[in-house]
Structure formats: C-alpha cells, structure tokens
Design a protein around this ligand. Structure first.
Ligand SMILES: NC(=O)c1ccc[n+]([C@@H]2O[C@H](COP(=O)([O-])OP(=O)(O)OC[C@H]3O[C@@H](n4cnc5c(N)ncnc54)[C@H](OP(=O)(O)O)[C@@H]3O)[C@@H](O)[C@H]2O)c1
Length: 294
C-alpha cells in the first residue's frame, strides 16, 4: 500500500473505530482516529495501541467550523493532502418515535450541515483520485420519502446543493410550524435522522458531479450494527460493518462514482423510490423490545 493517508470522522467508538482498525489491517500507513472529545479519543487510541496498531489522533468536532479548519490545516502541513475520507460521525434522533424541532436541528446539523463544513475545508486537500465515503443508512434511501415533489427535486440529474439545503430546511420549517404531513414520509419514527441521511445521499451525488480530479464520492448503508446508536441491538458487529467502508476506500474500481452501496458491498439504486429499501422501524423496535426483556 503506497503511503496513503486516511481520516475517519467520529471514530472513538462504533463503526468508525472498527474502520480505523480495518484500514490498518489492510496496510494503510497513516490512519487518523478522530474524536470530538479528546479523552474519549485518547482512550480509543490506547485500546488500538494495546492491539499493536499505532493510529494517529486529532480532535475533530464535525459541527465546529474551527475544529474542522484546524484539522484541515494540520493535515495539509503534515501530509500535503489525504487519500481517504470516511465521513462516519453522526447522531441519531434522541427519541426514536417523536420529532421535536430542537432535536431535529441537532440531528440535521451533525449529520448534514457538518458535511458541508468538511466539504469546505477538507475537500481542497483531497489528493487526486482520493476517495470519499459518506456513511449514510437505509434511512437515507429515497424510498423513505413519499412526497413526489421532493423525490423529483432530489433525484433529477442536475440536483444542486441548494436543492438539498432547501429539502432539509423545508423539513425543519414543517416541524417548527407544526405542518409536518405524515403522508410525505414512508414512516415517522427516526424522521429527522432519515431526512439527514436522505440529504447526505443526495449531496453525495452533487459532490461527485462537482469534485473533479478523478476523486470518487460514494455513500453507504453500513447495516444494522450493534453500537451505542442502536442501543446495542443490530444484526452485525462493528468488525463486520467495517468491511464495506474499507472495500469502498481500497478495493472498488476508481471508476465507481456517486453511487449508493449496501453493507454487503453491492451497489443499490438510490434514486428509485420503487426499490423499497427504506428502514423499517418495526424491525428496530422488535430488537429493542427483545433487548429490554433479556
Ligand atoms: N449502527 C447502525 O445500525 C447504523 C445503521 C445505519 C447507519 N449508521 C451510521 O453509521 C455511522 C456510525 O454509527 P455508529 O452506529 O457507529 O454510531 P456510534 O457508536 O454512536 O458512533 C458515532 C460516532 O460519531 C461521533 N460523533 C457524533 N457527533 C460528532 C461530532 N459532532 N463530531 C465528531 N464526532 C461525532 C461519536 O462521538 P462521541 O462518542 O463523542 O459521541 C461516535 O464516535 C453513522 O453515520 C450512523 O448514522 C449506523
């Protein structure tokens, strides 16, 4: 492996943490484990060191412009540029079944607007032929939406960042004004999270069209994974879930661009609402109830 430089956001735990380890296992020389909280980050670094890996660490809060800017400057100074960027950091809705305005703002900021900050400061230091992997979700598939206007506006060939921003702002305004119409959505639980991840998938396609320099930008549903985000329910482990992001970072052909992937490494059609790949909350709820009974 040529001396590649990789960055994984939100990697002090969960899928991001396992992805750092998998990148090292696969021979990437410089892998940045990043965390918004330095102590949590250092603890994760210590754990990986005990396993024999030697990850690099930098503080990174993706919702804090200054933090992203300082990290980008560090990367530029130390390495000139980076080859792999895995946008993994995210939060879920605090209450899975209720949608409040404050919580929706928090989720959309962390999962969508943060990516625009990263685009502003970290995209300029991507090396030619770099790879960006946006960790989305099955909650991000277009079939989570029923509103025909937004399906059309987000999936047209010339969708722009402004269209995606308009989509998330439409959602936030609807929550604020109490005009949310459940006919617009496939399911109501985890709604702000769904909106943030749909927006991320739509943005992935916009970024791909605009980035140039043979850089690839793809999005990925990492599976239903046992992490803190899912209250430790799920069907696969973080180790299993780390394989697909690393496949997109190292193995898939460089010509694969602007696509949506599934955790089994197969490509799925993101823009087709008839694919019915949306997240079914009933499955999550059943797992949570089983967990509570155990
Ligand atoms: N688990 C699943 O079943 C599942 C399914 C579909 C998609 N995903 C996606 O997979 C990715 C990883 O999720 P996970 O399940 O591994 O979740 P997790 O265990 O909750 O880990 C999330 C990571 O993101 C970090 N983070 C949150 N906000 C941040 C911020 N503002 N700046 C920097 N880091 C921040 C967290 O740091 P702290 O420790 O400081 O909170 C943590 O390290 C997410 O994008 C998630 O949406 C997960």
């Amino acid at each position: 492996m040529a001396d590649k430089v990789a960055v994984v956001t939100g990697s002090n735990k969960g899928i991001g943490y396992a992805t750092v380890r998998e990148l090292y296992k696969r021979g990437v020389k410089y892998v940045y484990l990043t965390a918004r909280d330095v102590q949590r980050g250092q603890k994760a670094i210590e754990n990986l060191k005990q396993e024999g890996w030697n990850p690099l660490f930098h503080q990174l809060d993706v919702t804090d412009k200054d933090s992203v800017k300082i990290f980008a400057e560090h990367l530029k100074q130390k390495h000139g540029g980076i080859d792999i960027l895995i946008n993994n950091a995210a939060i879920s809705s605090s209450n899975f079944t209720e949608t409040s305005y404050e919580d929706s703002v928090r989720v959309i900021d962390a999962n969508y607007f943060s990516i625009l900050t990263i685009q502003e400061y970290i995209f300029p230091i991507l090396n030619d032929s770099a790879r960006v992997i946006n960790i989305s979700s099955d909650c991000g598939h277009i079939s989570n939406l029923r509103n025909k206007y937004w399906i059309s506006r987000l999936t047209k060939v010339d969708t722009k960042q402004g269209d995606v921003n308009a989509f998330v702002n439409w959602f936030l305004d609807s929550v604020k004004n109490g005009t949310l119409d459940q006919e617009d959505f496939q399911e109501m639980p985890l709604l702000a999270y769904r909106i943030s991840k749909i927006a991320l998938c739509a943005l992935t396609r916009v970024q791909q069209k605009e980035v140039g320099r043979n850089i690839s930008v793809n999005s990925l549903h990492p599976g239903f994974v046992k992490t803190d985000m899912t209250k430790t329910t799920g069907f696969i482990t973080i180790e299993e879930a780390s394989k697909a992001p690393v496949y997109l970072a190292l193995d898939v052909d460089q010509s694969v661009k602007g696509k949506y992937f599934w955790y089994d490494k197969t490509e799925r059609e993101w823009a087709d609402p008839n694919q019915k790949l949306h997240c079914t909350y009933e499955v999550i709820d059943k797992c949570l109830r089983e967990l509570n009974q155990a």
